[in-house]
Design a protein around this ligand. Sequence first.
Ligand SMILES: Cc1cc2nc3c(=O)[nH]c(=O)nc-3n(C[C@H](O)[C@H](O)[C@H](O)COP(=O)(O)OP(=O)(O)OC[C@H]3O[C@@H](n4cnc5c(N)ncnc54)[C@H](O)[C@@H]3O)c2cc1C
Length: 390
Amino acid sequence: MTDYDVIVVGGGPAGSMAAEAAAKQGARTIMLEKDRDIGYPVRCGEGVGAFGLKKFIEPDPAWIATTISKVRMRSPDNTLIDFGMDDAGFILHRRLFDYALANQASQAGVEIQTRAYVDGLIIEDDCVRGVKYQYMGEHKQLTAKLVIAADGVESRVGRMAGLRTATKLKDMDSGYQATVGNIDVDQEMIDFYVGSNWAPGGYLWIFPKGNGMANIGLGINGIYAKEHSAHDMLHGFLDKYFPKASVLTSVCGGIPIAKTLKKITSNGLMLTGDAARMVNPVTGGGIITGMVGGQIAGDVAGLAIQSGDYSEKAFDGYPKRWHKAEGKTHEAFYRIGEGIAQITDDQLNKIAHRLVKTPSENLSLLKIFTAVAREKPKILLDVTRAFAGI
Ligand SMILES: Cc1cc2nc3c(=O)[nH]c(=O)nc-3n(C[C@H](O)[C@H](O)[C@H](O)COP(=O)(O)OP(=O)(O)OC[C@H]3O[C@@H](n4cnc5c(N)ncnc54)[C@H](O)[C@@H]3O)c2cc1C
C-alpha cells in the first residue's frame, strides 16, 4: 500500500494539468510545490494564444490582464512591421492563472501541499517509488506508485532518477524581465524587437498588462550570454526608451529552446513541461505546450494505475501521444529556429524593408515566409525538410 497513487512534483501549469488528469482517471494524487504560493514568484512574460488556452480552461477576466489583437515587430534598424492576428492572445496574471489551474485540479480531487521542497527520490528495484521532501524544516517522505516531475526548467527530479536532462548552451536562452509601471503602450498590441542590438540570438518583448503597466523582457541565446548580460541590456533599454517607467518587480530565468528530451520516462517516473523541455523552440512559450504535455502525462499515469503496471514500458503512450500532439511540430520549430539564428541583422533589416511595404491586413504568413526566403534561401529548405520530417 502506498501513500498515494501519483505524486506530482511542481505546481506550475504542467503540474496542475498532470495532477488533474491523473485524478480524473481515479488516481489518488498529491501535488507538491516548493514555494509558499502556487504561481508565485512569476517568471514569465505571461503571453498565451486564446485558442490553445481554451482547450484547457474557460478564460476568466479575473486572470486575464489584457486581450491582444495586434503584433508589431521592430527590426535592428528600427523598421516597424505591423501584423494582424488570426487568433486573439491574452496576457495573463500568471499568479492568479496558476491558482485557477491548481484549484481546477483540487476540484478533481487532487491534494495540494505547498512549501514542500522535493530533494530526493525513493528508488527501489530500479523503480521510482516516492519522494523525499522538506516541509517547514522537517524531512518527510511519501510513497506512490509513480511520480510525475513537473518541476520546471531547473528540474532536478529527472536527474535524480538518472535521466539525461543537461541542455546545451545554444539551446537555452537567458531571460530577464521587468514588470514596469507608468508606461504608455498600446494595450492591445504586443511588441517584439529582433536583432543583436536588442537581444542577441533572441528577442525583446513588450507585453501590456493594463493600468499603465507592462512586462518588458528579453531572452539572449546562451552562446551570447557570456558577453551580454540580459539584466544590463534590459535596463539599458528601459533607461533609453522608458526613462519614466518604474520597475515593480523583476525576474530572471532560463528558457529552454531545446528539443524535447530524448527520454522523458523511466520506471515509475515521467517528466513533463519545462522539465521535459516542451517549450516552443522559436517563441520560447511553454505555458500551453506544458499544459498539453502535463495533461497527457497525467492521463497516461491514470491508465497505468488502472492497469497496475508502472514500468517505463507502461508509459510508452506518453512520448508517443506528446509527439503526435505537439512534439512533431516542436521538432520542426527547433530546426526552423536553428535557421532563424543564422539570419544576420543586415538580412533582418532587408526582410523588414520588404514587408513594411505590405499593409498589415495583407501580411500573410506566406508573404513573410517569401520575404525571409528571398534573403535566406536555405531557410526554405530547412522549413520544407523540417515539416517533411527529413
Ligand atoms: C523570462 C521568461 C518569460 C517567459 N514568457 C513566456 C510567455 O510569455 N509565454 C509562455 O507561454 N511561456 C513563457 N515562458 C516560459 C514559461 O514560463 C514556462 O514554459 C512555463 O511556466 C512552464 O510550466 P511548467 O509547469 O513546466 O514549469 P513552471 O511554471 O516553472 O513550474 C514548475 C514548478 O515547480 C516548482 N518546483 C521546482 N522544483 C521543485 C521541487 N524540487 N520541489 C517542489 N516543487 C518544485 C516550482 O516552484 C514551480 O512552481 C517564459 C519564461 C521565462 C523565464
